[in-house]
Design a protein around this ligand. Structure first.
Ligand code: DON
Length: 301
C-alpha cells in the first residue's frame, strides 16, 4: 500500500483543489491517504489519513441507501433514473431534455437533491440525524458532524444546485419544500469523515450491507445491490466508463478529493487526494484505485 501511495503521489500535481465551493480551495492539495478495511476487521492506513475532509458527493450513496430503505426502490426510481449520464455532475441541460425531466441517476447533483427530498423525517434536523445515525452504525462512531464553513460556502454559492432543484419542483420531480431539500443535501455533502470512515462504508457495501456480520435491515441487501450497481456505472460522473475499464470496482468520488470503493466481497477502500481533475475526481486517487485493483486483482471482470 505504501509503495502504491508513494508511486502515485506526484499525480496530485496534475490537479487542483475545487474552488467553485470556495471553502474547499483551502484543502491541502498534497494530502494523500489510503485505507483498506478487510472483512476480518483489520484497518490498514498509509499516508495522511488523519485529516478529515467533507463527504461531498460520496454522501449521495448514503442518501440513496436511506431513501430506498424509507420509500422502496419503485418510489425512488419513479423520480430518478438508473442510467449513466456522460455529462458533468451539475449539468442543467440534461435535466430539461430527458423523459419526464427526471435526473438520469441518483449520483448526479440533480438526482441527489431529488433523493434528499424523499428522506423521511419531520424536518431537516430529523432527516439529517437519521442519515447520520445510519452512517454512525456503519463506521462505529456517533460523533459525526458537518463542517459549518463548507456548509455555509455551499449555501452561499450553490445557485446551480438551486436552479436544478427549482426546475425539478416545476416538473413535479420534487414535491416537497425545495429549500429544505437543498439544506439537507448541502448538510450531507458537508459531513466530515476520514479515509478509514470511507473504507468502513466500502466494506459495509462490499459485504452486502452487513455490520459485524449482521444484516441490520431486511431490505438492506437489495438497497446495497442497487447502490453498488449505480456506483459502477455512474459513481465517477463522466469518467465512470474509464474508471470501470481501468479499475473495475464500484466507486464514488467527491469534489473534496475523496473516493469510496467497494470491490464486491473483498474489502472497503477509502482514498483522499484533494487535487481533482476537471471532471471532479481526485487525480492521484484514481491512479491509486487502479493500482490497488491491479495488485489485489479486484477488477470485477
Ligand atoms: O453540490 C455540489 O456541487 C457538491 N456539494 C458536491 C459535488 C461533488 O462532490 C461532485 N463530485 N465529484
Amino acid at each position: 500500500m505504501q509503495e502504491i501511495l508513494d508511486r502515485n503521489r506526484p499525480f496530485a500535481k496534475l490537479g487542483n483543489t475545487a474552488d467553485y465551493i470556495p471553502e474547499l480551495a483551502y484543502a491541502d492539495p498534497d494530502q494523500i491517504g489510503l485505507t483498506i478495511a478487510s472483512p476480518d476487521g483489520k484497518i490498514t492506513s498509509v499516508g495522511d489519513c488523519e485529516t478529515p475532509f467533507t463527504l461531498q458527493s460520496i454522501s449521495k450513496v448514503i442518501n440513496l441507501l436511506v431513501a430506498v430503505l424509507d420509500n422502496g426502490p419503485d418510489q425512488v426510481f419513479s423520480k430518478v433514473g438508473m442510467e449513466s449520464s456522460g455529462e458533468p455532475f451539475n449539468s442543467v441541460s440534461e435535466l430539461e431534455s430527458k423523459p419526464e425531466n427526471r435526473p438520469l441517476n441518483p449520483l448526479i447533483n440533480a438526482g441527489a437533491i431529488a433523493v434528499s427530498s424523499m428522506i423521511h423525517g419531520n424536518n431537516v434536523e430529523e432527516q439529517y440525524e437519521r442519515v447520520c445515525q445510519f452512517i454512525s452504525g456503519i463506521i462505529g462512531r456517533d460523533n459525526l458532524e458537518y463542517d459549518e464553513k463548507v456548509f455555509q460556502s455551499e449555501i452561499l454559492t450553490g445557485d446551480r444546485n438551486r436552479s436544478l432543484a427549482y426546475f425539478m419542483k416545476s416538473t413535479g420531480v420534487i414535491d416537497t419544500n425545495v429549500e429544505k431539500a437543498l439544506e439537507l443535501y448541502f448538510r450531507l455533502c458537508s459531513i466530515k469523515v476520514t479515509c478509514s470512515d470511507l473504507a468502513k462504508i466500502g466494506l459495509f457495501l462490499s459485504t452486502g450491507g452487513r455490520s459485524q456480520g449482521q444484516v441490520v435491515h431486511k431490505n438492506l441487501p437489495r438497497a446495497v445491490k442497487i447502490s453498488l450497481s449505480i456506483m459502477l456505472t455512474a459513481g465517477m460522473y463522466n469518467e465512470s466508463g474509464e474508471t470501470l475499464l481501468r479499475s473495475g470496482i464500484p466507486a464514488k468520488s467527491g469534489v473534496s478529493g475523496g473516493i469510496l470503493a467497494a470491490p464486491p466481497h473483498e474489502m472497503g477502500i477509502g482514498i483522499i487526494g484533494p487535487a481533482i481533475n476537471g471532471k471532479g475526481n481526485s487525480v492521484a486517487g484514481l491512479k491509486i484505485l487502479e493500482d490497488i485493483s491491479s495488485k489485489y486483482r479486484l477488477h470485477i471482470f
